[in-house]
Design a protein around this ligand. Structure first.
Ligand SMILES: NC(=O)c1ccc[n+]([C@@H]2O[C@H](COP(=O)([O-])OP(=O)(O)OC[C@H]3O[C@@H](n4cnc5c(N)ncnc54)[C@H](OP(=O)(O)O)[C@@H]3O)[C@@H](O)[C@H]2O)c1
Length: 231
């Protein structure tokens, strides 16, 4: 076989492989986290559909334009219905209500980057007894919920080198196969993924922001933190 034939064969093979692993990913919300993750996942060859309360807004249109071929915006319910993976990039105190409005999520992977943060007088509190990830799993029992991306700000998500070294994303959830799928998305962004166990551990992962924010906006010394895998 000539070198040229070999080259075209390898191009065809790589096209077939990338098509086989391409997923439709619904991103619910068009805020900072949606704007960070949507274009990144599109760069990995996935088709992005934003679920927005105002899918025809200029903001949604601009985001769609930055999110690769085939990207679109529609209502949250229609976006979730079309997708294999659903990212809930929505306000942390609204996940129960927003998840319940998305229809049947059975079999889908739900990525939960939210933080249920509530201000009470001078300090911030974790506003739920368990965790947002567990609430989402309760509302959608046949979905595979993975807590991810809540421990870093959106700027570090898209530019991990700005933290001075590799950054790891802890993944908590009960489905190992869903965590493997989310780990591939994480690693495709130049971040590392660490499996931190079952969904009950999302409570502790969500708690990290509470420590950070009370020092950042309180009277104590402020700090930044970046999780880094032990090599
Ligand atoms: N910002 C960060 O750096 C960061 C980092 C890690 C985790 N998080 C967490 O990730 C989640 C999203 O954060 P974000 O910064 O992207 O928030 P954001 O900029 O406020 O965006 C939230 C999006 O949720 C959608 N939404 C749906 N229902 C809503 C409602 N009833 N009220 C308001 N918005 C509604 C909106 O999109 P439509 O208007 O298109 O419907 C909105 O753009 C939060 O839980 C946050 O704690 C944030």
């Amino acid at each position: 076989m000539t070198a040229r034939k070999l080259l075209s064969l390898s191009v065809i093979l790589s096209l077939l492989l990338s098509t086989a692993s391409a997923e439709t990913i619904a991103i619910i919300g068009t805020g900072d986290v949606a704007t960070a993750l949507g274009p990144e996942f599109a760069d990995q060859g996935h088709e992005i559909v934003y679920g927005s309360r105002t899918p025809d807004s200029d903001k949604a249109r601009e985001l769609v334009a930055r999110s690769g071929e085939g990207a679109s915006a529609t209502s949250p319910g229609e976006a979730a219905k079309a997708a294999d993976i659903v990212v809930l990039a929505v306000p942390g105190l609204m996940v129960r209500e927003i998840t319940a409005g998305l229809g049947d999520l059975s079999g889908k992977i739900i990525i939960d980057p939210t933080n249920p943060l509530q201000r009470k007088t001078l300090t911030f509190h974790h506003a739920v007894e368990t965790s947002n990830a567990q609430i989402i799993q309760e509302v959608a029992p046949d979905a595979h919920v993975v807590k991810a991306f809540n421990t870093l700000n959106w700027k570090t998500m898209i530019d991990p080198d700005s933290s001075g070294g590799p950054v790891s994303i802890p993944l908590a959830g009960d489905s190992r196969s869903a965590k493997r799928t989310v780990a591939k998305l994480v690693e495709g962004m130049g971040l590392d993924a660490i499996d931190v166990g079952g969904i009950e551990n999302a409570h502790w992962v969500e708690g990290m922001l509470i420590l950070w924010i009370n020092n950042r906006y309180g009277t104590r010394e402020s700090f930044d933190y970046h999780l880094r895998k032990t090599k």
